[in-house]
Design a protein around this ligand. Sequence first.
Ligand SMILES: [Fe+2]
Length: 294
Amino acid sequence: MAQILDIAQVGVRVPDRRRWEQYADEVLGFPTFRSSEGAVTYVRWDAFHHRLALSEGPEPELRYLVFDVGSAEALEEWAAVLTSKQVAVSRVDAAQCRERRLAGAIDFQDLDGHPVALGYGFQVAQEAVRYTRPLSVLRMGHVLLTVRDTARAHDFYTGVLGFKLSDWVHVTDAVRLCFLRVNPRHHTLALAPCRPGATPRLQHIMVEVESLDDVMRSYHHVRMRKAPVGMGPGKHANCQTIHVYVPTPGGFAIEFGYGHRRLDDTIHQPVIYPPGTPVDVWGGDVQSEEFVIG
Ligand SMILES: [Fe+2]
């Protein structure tokens, strides 16, 4: 049975690409560079050519969320599996593969219309990352997507795509967050309910940093530049990540996280954290309008 190995890339549309590039440079600490024809801005933070690609659009919008399946053979297996489960897949064409810097991929949509892709052969960078401030990022950890029905989305990602349930966190009776994994990291995908009337969206991307110092340096760097902090520094109850969330001008936040828990499939039993479970065990709350879960 083919498996998803990891999260690999995120592509988004942002209203003002120049502003996002400046924000990456001055606040986030990530180097950016444009594609040769200029239509795409790549954002790099680890060993890969890029993890995030920005193009321009009238509104912030997720263009694709790519998971790594490891090989051409696995991709073919997945194409057959998805088709057999009535998920319409389309082959990513050669030009798009070049733009995304991968060898092959298929696109499809989840039940909320989020554009998901499976791919393989992601280009690795030739040189070390040149962060714009003291920072060390190990990898991309996860994304949080908002969805209309978290139970339905859970069934799709576990039943069709083979994600494993790590836990549910019931912040309140109405706000139930679902955490799913594809490897030992506690979660690769988190699902949260949309606020009433809101459209499902990408809410944040987590980058796993090397040390606690990277989290706290990020926090003070953002604060001293008078940029908004979304939440943190704090620590999550379920995945134990020590985090700081930084909203970006693209309508989604970057989470700098350290200490993210690893689970052993042979012993972990899914947990339901009851209503009243805080999102931050240190007692922190959401600190800016730009950062809302949902
Ligand atoms: Fe997160």
